[in-house]
Design a protein around this ligand. Structure first.
Ligand code: TYD
Ligand code: MG
Length: 449
């Protein structure tokens, strides 16, 4: 029989190497390698030969479309793909304090109207959970709690009681008795997720875990688990802004483009179904402010871009850009400088989006150009206007796709004027339309003395 070779395994992340190393190349932890003898696969177990499985054709498998678990909290249900898929393992992640436990408590409280739910609070005492539930204001008797944090006890309870859904808040505080790796390490996180995935699939139990982003960043935290679970949802938001955004980053049973919006209130998270009204109310109508629209998931968002340009006192002017691709703003600034001779290269440029949103795509090009020019000339754009267009390297304004749904949404919120490309085609609109062929024509919006 071939002898198994000794290797070294990192106790933190289970990374394996042939020679001992002081620092793990995967998780960068020091002194974490220990000798490890992997078992050779011979088809044998301790009790003799392993059971031979019977291979089957897919035709013989009956498929019944499983009914999704709807909570009635629409923003949650939509983002998870039209309700939670039964027997799936899903993870809710985000910064500590963002509202994961609050959201899960509310969702499970609603789901408990139809399903039996066990909530394992591995991080907080039951008194703390009770205090939170009192803020939210109601609790369903089908929702049962425990502060058990040891994984095999959680699994044993689940196997015995067979609830429909279990929640583990958080997975990072869950530990495995007798495991080789350290509690809270990536190795244990992976092991716990593996065991929970088996539990979900073999017993038909839906499992929701939370994982917070650790101080080492997302890589050492929930990111390491993304490939092991069925779906991953991020709860994001800015401290200043009470709005929270729920976004799917992986979903085996649905789209990943949907966004859900909530607002943190005194009594829990409240759904924000009309996010655009919220965003429009925040618009400042001052120089440097431009309204744009982007499609996120199935709905168009109306966002304000804010630019501030100011003569720099530094040899290398600053570019402080958030919410947009840094390169996109720098490129548009370069195009304006090249063709319009506006000296943006000696200006500091500060740029952001309203509500701390992060947006991608070239449909905002025209908006970025107008925001920069509006701040540079210190002249606001007409009120109730929106910019929808791309800009090419040669300075031409280009049409964008799916403009009709963007215009339609803008009209709903009282927008009266559109800035678009000359060749842009769109359906009839009640808005005044101003078309531009190239960036030179943008100067007509600003008076130059
Ligand atoms: P929490 O759900 O504990 O966050 P996480 O589980 O992501 O760490 O939420 C914590 C924050 O939310 C805390 O700062 C208090 C605030 N909060 C409210 O503003 N209103 C509420 O009704 C609740 C329950 C919490
Ligand atoms: Mg929490």
């Amino acid at each position: 029989m071939r002898k198994s070779k000794t290797t070294y395994k990192c106790s933190n992340c289970n990374y394996q190497i042939l020679k001992w190393l002081g620092c793990c190349p995967e998780c960068k932890k020091w002194n974490s390698f220990a000798e490890f003898t992997p078992a050779i696969s011979t088809g044998k177990t301790k009790k003799g030969y392993a059971k031979v499985v019977r291979m089957i054709q897919l035709d013989s498998i009956s498929t019944t479309t499983q009914k999704r678990m709807l909570s009635g909290i629409k923003e949650w249900d939509r983002v998870v793909g039209g309700g939670i898929m039964p027997s799936s393992l899903i993870m809710l992640t985000g910064d500590p304090g963002i509202g994961k436990s609050t959201l899960l408590l509310q969702v499970s409280n609603e789901l408990a109207k139809k399903y039996c739910i066990f909530y394992f609070s591995t991080e907080e005492s039951l008194q703390q959970v009770k205090q939170r539930s009192q803020r939210i204001g109601y609790l369903n008797s089908n929702l049962l709690f425990s502060d058990q944090a040891e994984l095999s006890a959680i699994i044993a309870t689940t196997l015995h009681e067979k609830p429909d859904i279990i929640i583990i808040d958080s997975i990072q505080n869950c530990y495995i008795d007798g495991a080789q790796s350290l509690p809270g390490s990536i190795g244990q996180l992976r092991e716990a997720s593996f065991q929970l995935m088996r539990l979900a699939k073999t017993q038909g139990i839906t499992i929701i875990i939370t994982g917070h982003i650790t101080k080492e960043g997302i890589i050492a935290g929930p990111k390491a688990l993304e490939h092991m679970v069925d779906a991953v949802f991020y709860l994001q938001g800015e401290d200043r802004w009470q709005t929270r955004m729920l976004r799917a980053v992986k979903n085996r049973f649905g789209t990943i483009n949907e966004l859900g919006f909530f607002e943190m209130q005194e009594n829990g998270l409240e759904e924000v179904q009309n996010i655009n009204q919220h965003l429009i109310d925040e618009i400042s109508h001052s120089p440097g402010s431009v309204l744009v629209s982007v499609i996120e998931g199935s709905r168009p968002l109306l966002l304000e871009l804010q630019a501030l340009t100011i003569t720099s006192k530094l040899t290398l002017p600053q570019r402080v850009i958030s919410g947009l691709d840094h390169k996109q703003v720098v490129l548009i600034a370069a195009i304006l400088e090249k063709y319009l001779k506006v000296r943006l290269s000696v200006q500091d440029i500060f740029f952001k989006t309203s509500g701390g949103f992060k947006i991608k795509g070239s449909t905002t090009d025209l908006g970025i150009a107008l925001a920069l020019l509006s701040s540079y000339f210190q002249q606001p754009l007409p009120e109730k206007s929106i910019a929808l267009g791309e800009i090419s390297l040669t300075g031409q304004i280009k049409p964008i796709n799916k403009i009709n749904s963007l215009i339609h949404e803008a009209e709903k919120f009282g927008i009266e004027q559109l800035f678009v490309a000359k060749r842009q085609k769109f359906e009839k609109t009640s808005c005044k339309v101003q078309k531009f062929y190239n960036v030179y024509e943008l100067l007509t919006l600003f008076s130059q003395s």
